[in-house]
Design a protein around this ligand. Structure first.
Ligand SMILES: *Cc1c(COP(=O)(O)O)cnc(C)c1O
Length: 394
């Protein structure tokens, strides 16, 4: 199908919940996308941090197709091998004790919220149910995870929202600490780097303080690593870089390498809290998605993670040298850049596609880069040349 026809059909039949950019992709390899006219684009977004191994990775394709040919879906009423294997790999990698498998980041966070409330209700009875989240956070699009999201723009139109969320400002450590100790709180949920919020890393001081208060008050620490996890920041978990051991870590995005998957990783306190019938998901632990995710996890070796950190350093230095870039943030291959006053990130991203054959993301007015973790040095160089030219062309 021609590009115009694809755009027309989409416009006529897909509900318009996305403001799409003018790019129609037919196929992709590595960190290169090919549009319907055969033009190639360097992909610095990897489907919002999903295609961790790049596009068309042979090992991933083999794992997924082999499993699809054997058993594509079973339901959680019976046993099959891939889910347990993946869960074991995740536990061995992170020190978690148990895993709940689902299909998306929002679902993983829903599970974390339910688990935190049940933990508290089992131990302390009703009433200690509040979950503290951060201003400028993003936790998903379901009603509860929207409620957890600390941005007012997400709290319109859909009221009533589930109750029991309190927002604190990570920039104000003292008032956040006070709010946590007010009572009635069962958990804190945070992104260590606020991805949708503009790629804003939390300060170590803030995270340390929150972790200490949580430990002292039996408040659970939930790390939403849906975007930061699975190697993105140069460690398997970003929590490792902050030297914290959350009670629940949620993963999704890059974990599946391209198929939908989510996971809630339970630590010592939270393993076993959810029992039979407390939670579930028809597609959760889907064998094909799990086989793909197991391939992703097995490929996130120390060598690859070192490359992630190195390539991230190269991106940062390049962006820092541009006259239209004011500041650069992030870790590993999760990088944000604030542009000079008056220059809109969305205009840069659009021009990148229309004139420079490079795909970059935006987040809250910033440029956001989440290239495949396996991006080659050659693709990275080309992508950065194109992106730099694009940013400096304004
Ligand atoms: C993307 C994201 C989510 C939501 O994930 P979905 O798979 O879209 O439901 C939640 N939390 C964070 C930090 C995210 O980046």
């Amino acid at each position: 199908m021609m590009a115009e026809q694809i755009i027309d059909t989409d416009g006529n039949y897909i509900e318009h919940t996305y403001a799409r950019m003018p790019l129609v992709v037919e196929r992709a390899r590595g960190a290169t996308l090919y549009d319907t006219d055969g033009r190639e684009f360097i992909d610095l977004g990897s489907g919002i941090g999903v295609n961790a191994l790049g596009h068309g990775d042979e090992g991933w394709i083999r794992a997924v197709t082999k499993q699809a040919g054997k058993l594509a879906h079973l339901s959680n009423l019976y046993y099959s091998e891939p889910g347990g294997t993946l869960a074991q790999m995740l536990c061995e990698r992170t020190g978690a004790q148990k895993v709940f498998l689902c299909n998306s980041g929002a679902e993983a966070n829903e599970c974390a919220i339910k688990c935190a409330r049940k933990y508290s209700s089992d131990r302390y009875g009703p009433g200690r149910s509040a979950i503290v989240t951060l201003k400028n956070s993003f936790h998903g699009r379901t009603l509860a995870t929207l409620s957890a999201t600390g941005q007012d723009v997400f709290h319109q139109h859909f009221a009533p929202f589930p109750e029991g969320f309190r927002y604190v400002d990570a920039a104000d450590v003292e008032s956040a600490a006070a709010s946590l100790q007010e009572g009635g709180v069962c958990a804190v949920m945070l992104e260590l780097i606020q991805g949708e919020g503009g790629v804003v890393p939390l300060s170590e001081e803030f995270v340390r303080r929150v972790a200490d208060i949580c430990a002292a008050n039996d408040i659970l620490l939930l790390a939403d690593e849906v975007q930061t996890g699975a190697g993105r920041t140069g460690n398997f978990l970003c929590s490792e870089q902050y030297r914290i051991k959350p009670d629940i870590v949620t993963l999704a995005k890059g974990l599946g390498g391209g198929l939908p998957i989510g996971a809630a990783l339970f630590g010592e306190k939270t393993a076993g809290v959810l029992g039979a019938g407390d939670h579930g998901s028809t597609f959760g632990g889907n064998p094909v998605a799990c086989a793909g995710a197991a391939e992703v996890v097995s490929r996130l070796t120390p060598e690859l993670l070192e490359q992630v950190r190195k390539k991230g350093g190269t991106i940062r230095r390049t962006l820092e040298g541009l006259k239209n870039v004011r500041a650069v943030y992030g870790m590993g291959l999760m990088i944000g850049a604030t542009l000079r006053e008056g220059l809109k990130a969305s205009d840069v991203a659009r021009r990148g596609i229309e004139q420079h054959q490079v795909v970059a993301l935006t987040a809250k007015g910033n440029i956001r880069l989440l290239p495949p973790l396996t991006i080659s040095w050659e693709e990275l160089e080309t992508g950065l040349e194109r992106l730099s030219a694009c940013i400096e062309s304004f």
